[in-house]
Design a protein around this ligand. Structure first.
Ligand code: CLF
Ligand code: SF4
Length: 497
């Protein structure tokens, strides 16, 4: 059950091609489970959406990065959940969203507390949904403390995907992250608490794997606390059969009121996160497209359409779910036909890239290039620079294009009153895109074009509506042909050059 990813600068054994092709070697039964899950498949996240319902208010542990006035930091950005739902309300909301956003394939319960510390509410929601909406995949995220006792219940409700947040396998590290847990009706503190939590997480992981449930492990990267330790976590959870590892950056700001936020614990830089993800990738498949969603998020990853489905709005909706299911099936078939066509096109782009590489003198190793992409979904370059709320960063090398991560930005162009701020917003965007040499988008205004260029980032609107990996490969090819990809020099060579 190993998902291979491309190593830096090289091809995966599944061959050159799009990220979707990297799943090609998996057994059919597993591919069927992840093919339209936006978190478990990187390619699927361009095409399919997820939603969360906030039915689980309580938590049985305390993490130093969480203040329970806010969403669970495991699976969400800090920020209050707009509405806490009962299971009945949650089911109604799911049916309403599924009917209106047919790309929504997965319902996850991820908070705002720990879903398994609220087993009745969580399991009742799943029970109803497995009956009423059999075309929606069910997914749950947990800190793992209550997991072993609930594994059999979880399996009864047809839940095929579980995420466990595992930040450590060493209780000494754990004691710096978790001040207490609530266990057997008692509050337990310090190292002992971490020891129990770790043992429960590992046992839960093993039990799920034994039962054929796909397990993703989330880890929060906390510089100076568990950064040096996460490679070991990755190795161990892979050994026990976890399918995917998602190392997420700590979010800690004083205004969140968390222990880490108040004490000034910093989060990792983009470079630190990428370095660690690459280090762990040797041991197991890494998720790099996580958006640290709110516990009531709705829509494509990185987007939140929750405001369209507030309780008062869904009360007023009449949903014929039988009809909705037929429409959903039709739209999913169209998406799949589109994905197949994109895979073919991207495969051809890579063949052409590889043949161009062969024309380059053997000794000259072309350097990799980071490119930022503005996309509104469907896996193509289709967003105006000024409308992007995030950029997807890809690394192109002579044989390979790989996804590195998403970088969130403030909207550059929101029109009207905010125009006076555009200057500062653009400067922030340029800072966020540091390290990127190209930004691909469908269109871009004159002003940002000039400033990006001045900052050494070349805007490119020539590949609008092309599949992302194809477009990135094409720009790399153009740079190569223009002689812009001089060999990377080792530090000692640079000094003597
Ligand atoms: Fe939700 Fe999590 Fe299921 Fe996805 S989110 S419960 S596995 S359906 Fe996904 Fe959001 Fe990252 Fe979570 S992008 S925070 S990994
Ligand atoms: Fe907060 Fe989630 Fe940790 Fe509980 S498990 S304290 S809800 S981050």
């Amino acid at each position: 059950m190993e998902l291979k990813v491309k190593s830096q600068g090289g091809c995966a054994s599944s061959g050159c091609g799009s990220s979707a092709d990297r799943l090609a070697h998996l057994p059919e039964a597993i591919r069927a489970k992840i093919d339209n899950h936006p978190c478990f498949s990187e390619d699927a996240h361009h095409h399919y959406a997820r939603m969360h319902v906030a039915v689980a208010p309580a938590c049985n542990i305390q993490c130093h990065y969480c203040n329970r006035k806010y969403d669970c930091s495991n699976e969400s950005r800090p920020g209050v959940v707009s509405e806490l739902l009962t299971p009945d309300q949650a089911v109604k909301k799911v049916l309403a969203v599924a009917a209106n956003i047919p790309q929504m394939t997965v319902l996850g319960i991820a908070g705002p507390g720990d879903p398994l510390a609220n087993p009745e509410r969580t399991l009742e929601t799943f029970r109803q949904l497995s009956e009423k909406a059999p075309d929606i995949r069910l997914c749950v995220s947990t800190n793992g403390l209550a997991l072993p006792g609930l594994v059999d219940e979880i399996c009864k409700h047809n839940i095929e995907h579980v995420t466990i947040t595992i930040n450590c396998v060493d209780p000494d590290v754990g004691a710096k992250i978790y001040p207490w847990i609530f266990w057997n009706n008692r509050r337990i503190k310090g190292r002992k608490a971490a020891e129990i939590l770790i043992a429960q997480q590992q046992k839960g992981l093993e039990m799920l794997v034994e039962r054929g449930v796909l397990v993703k492990v989330n880890s929060v990267l906390i510089p100076g606390v568990n950064d040096a330790h996460l490679k070991e976590v990755s190795r161990i959870v892979k050994e026990k059969g976890a399918f995917l590892h998602n190392v997420m950056p700590l979010i800690a700001e004083p205004e969140h009121g968390t222990f880490y936020g108040l004490m000034g614990q910093r989060g990792p830089t983009n470079e630190e996160l990428q370095t660690l993800q690459d280090a762990c990738a040797g041991d197991m498949a890494m998720m790099r497209h996580c958006r640290q969603c709110r516990a009531d998020a709705v829509g494509m990853l990185g987007e939140d359409r929750g405001h369209e489905f507030t309780l008062d709005k869904i009360e007023a909706m009449e949903i014929d779910y039988e009809a909705a299911m037929a429409r959903r099936a039709q739209i999913h078939a169209e998406i799949e036909a589109n994905r197949a066509a994109q895979r073919k096109q991207t495969g051809e782009a890579f063949v052409s890239l590889a043949s161009l590489k062969r024309q380059v003198p053997k000794k000259a190793e072309t350097r990799p290039v980071l490119m930022a992409v503005a996309t509104a979904g469907s896996g193509v370059v289709n967003q105006h620079f000024g409308h992007a709320r995030e950029f997807l960063v890809y690394e192109a090398s002579a044989t390979d294009v790989r996804f590195i991560g998403a970088r969130k930005v403030d909207l550059y162009c929101s029109g009207g009153d905010t125009c006076g701020d555009a200057e500062t917003t653009l400067q922030k965007i340029i800072r966020t895109l540091s390290g990127c040499e190209v930004v691909l988008c469908s269109k871009i205004g004159y002003e940002p074009w000039g400033q990006l260029e001045a900052a050494g980032i070349v805007p490119n609107g020539e590949h609008a509506m092309e599949p992302i990996e194809d477009a990135v490969a094409a720009v790399y090819r153009e740079m190569l042909a223009a002689g812009q990809l001089e060999p990377t020099l080792a530090p000692e060579q640079r000094m003597s050059a």
